[in-house]
Write a protein that binds this ligand. Structure first.
Ligand code: GLT
Ligand code: MN
Ligand code: MN
Length: 389
C-alpha cells in the first residue's frame, strides 16, 4: 500500500551514476556487485522514482574513448534519459581516479598535469551542458598533500584560483548557462585536502574574478568527518546566497568517508537539516551522494536508494509537524517573550540608539539565572521524531 512518502519529481531527488552504480569495492576488498551500465542505472532510477542522475565525465565516457565512441555512448544515454523521464541537473569531472592526478589536478606541481586538468574539465563541461546540466561541481579530492615539504599551500591556492577563473571565463565564452559549485572535504584520498570545509570554500569564492558564478556543494559526511555541524555550514552557505547544490548522506563522526544512506546515522541532525532546507525554501537538487553497504546485492542497492528518499520525506513531514506543534511553538514563544522590549536597541546603528543603549540598566543577575527550557524543548523534538508525540 503506497503511503505519502513516495518520491515525486518536484522533490528533486537525484543520485550520481557513481552512487547507485557503486559496486562495493573498498580499500581492503574487491567489488561485490556487478557494475551497472549508465543506461541500466537510468532505468533503475526511473523504477525507484528519482528525478535525476548526475555524473562525472568518466562515469559515462571512458577516459580513453575515441570521439566516435563518445558520441555513440552519449546518444544511447540521452535516449535512455528521454525514455525514462530522467534529467541530468549536475555534472562534474573525474580529476582523482587516474594516476595522472596522483599529486592533484589544478594544484598539481607538474604544470603539464595542471594543463591536462583544464583540458579535461573543459571537455567535461561541454558534455555536462550537452546533457542539460545547470550546475557543475568541483570536488578536489586529490588537491592536497601528505607532506607540506612537497607543496606550498599558497601556490596551491593560487593555482586553484587561476583554474576556476579560467573555467569561469570558458563558460562565459561559450555562453553556457552554468554555475559552479565547490565541494569541500577535509581529507581522503589525500592526507590533507586544501580548502577543507564549506566555510573555507566560501572564503575562497570571494577572491575569484566572477564570484557570482560560483557557490558551494556542501556534503553532510564531509563536514562530519571534520567533526562539524553540517546544518550550520549549510546555513552559512544559504545566507551567502551560495547554496547551489547539496550532497546528502550520513556517517559516524570523525571516521573515514563512509557515505552511508541519508539519515542512517545521525537522525536528529538529519532532521534539523531537512527542516532548514524546507523552511528556507531551498529549490535545488537533493542529491544523495552515498552508496549501499558492501553487504548488499542489486536489490539492496534499491533499498538503499529508496531509503534515502523515504527518510528525507519522513523528516520533511516531521519538520511540518514541528512547525505546527502547539507545545513546541509555545515553548519557542516563551523563549522570545522579552524580545519586543529590546527591539529599540537593534537594527541599523544611530548615535541616539548607541547613547540610549549605553545608558540602559540591565538586570544581569536575573538574566543570568533564567532557565531557557532547552532540555524540555529538545525532549519534545525527540518525542516527535520517535513518533510518540
Ligand atoms: C566522490 C566524492 C564525492 C564527490 C563526487 C564528485 S565523487 O565520490 O566522494 O563526495 O561529490 O566528484
Ligand atoms: Mn563522501
Ligand atoms: Mn560529494
Amino acid at each position: 500500500m503506497p503511503d505519502s512518502f513516495q518520491p515525486q519529481p518536484e522533490h528533486r531527488f537525484t543520485f550520481g551514476l557513481w552512487t547507485v552504480g557503486n559496486p562495493g569495492g573498498d580499500a581492503f576488498g574487491q567489488p561485490v556487485r556487478r557494475k551497472l551500465s549508465p543506461v541500466e542505472i537510468v532505468h533503475l532510477l526511473a523504477e525507484i522514482g528519482a528525478y535525476g542522475v548526475n555524473l562525472h565525465d568518466n562515469d559515462l565516457v571512458p577516459i580513453d574513448a575515441t570521439a566516435a565512441e563518445r558520441d555513440r555512448i552519449v546518444a544511447e544515454f540521452k535516449k535512455a534519459l528521454q525514455e525514462n523521464g530522467i534529467v541530468v541537473p549536475m555534472a562534474t569531472t573525474n580529476l582523482f581516479s587516474d594516476p595522472v592526478f596522483k599529486d592533484g589536478a589544478f594544484t598539481a606541481n607538474d604544470a603539464a598535469v595542471r594543463a591536462y586538468a583544464l583540458h579535461k574539465t573543459m571537455r567535461a563541461i561541454d558534455l555536462g551542458v550537452e546533457l542539460g546540466a545547470r550546475v557543475y561541481v568541483f570536488w578536489g579530492g586529490r588537491e592536497g598533500s601528505e607532506s607540506d615539504a612537497a607543496k606550498n599551500p599558497l601556490d596551491a591556492g593560487k593555482r586553484f584560483r587561476e583554474a576556476i577563473n579560467f573555467l569561469c571565463e570558458y563558460v562565459r565564452d561559450q555562453r553556457y548557462d552554468l554555475k559552479f559549485a565547490l565541494e569541500a572535504k577535509p581529507n581522503e584520498p589525500r592526507g590533507d585536502i586544501y580548502l577543507p570545509t564549506t566555510g573555507a570554500m566560501l572564503g575562497f569564492i570571494a577572491t575569484l574574478d566572477h564570484p557570482d558564478m560560483v557557490g558551494v556543494n556542501p556534503e553532510m559526511a564531509h563536514e562530519q568527518m571534520a567533526g562539524l555541524n553540517f546544518m550550520h555550514a549549510v546555513a552559512q552557505a544559504w545566507d551567502a546566497g551560495k547554496l547551489f547544490h547539496i550532497d546528502l548522506n550520513d556517517q559516524n563522526f570523525c571516521r573515514y568517508d563512509q557515505d552511508f544512506r541519508f539519515g542512517s546515522h545521525n537522525m536528529k541532525q538529519s532532521f534539523f537539516l531537512v527542516k532548514f532546507l524546507e523552511d528556507v525554501g531551498y529549490a535545488g537538487s537533493r542529491h544523495f551522494d552515498a552508496h549501499a553497504y558492501r553487504t548488499e546485492d542489486a536489490e539492496g542497492v534499491k533499498d538503499f536508494a529508496r531509503g534515502c528518499m523515504r527518510t528525507y520525506l519522513i523528516l520533511k513531514d516531521k519538520a511540518a509537524r514541528y512547525n505546527a506543534d502547539a507545545g513546541i511553538q509555545a515553548l519557542l514563544k516563551e523563549i522570545h517573550a522579552g524580545d519586543s522590549a529590546m527591539a529599540q536597541f537593534f537594527g541599523p546603528y544611530s548615535s541616539e540608539k548607541a547613547t540610549a543603549l549605553k545608558a540602559h540598566t540591565f538586570d544581569r543577575i536575573t538574566l543570568g539565572s533564567r532557565g531557557m527550557h532547552y532540555e524540555r524543548l529538545d525532549q519534545l523534538v525527540f518525542d516527535l521524531l520517535m513518533g510518540v508525540r
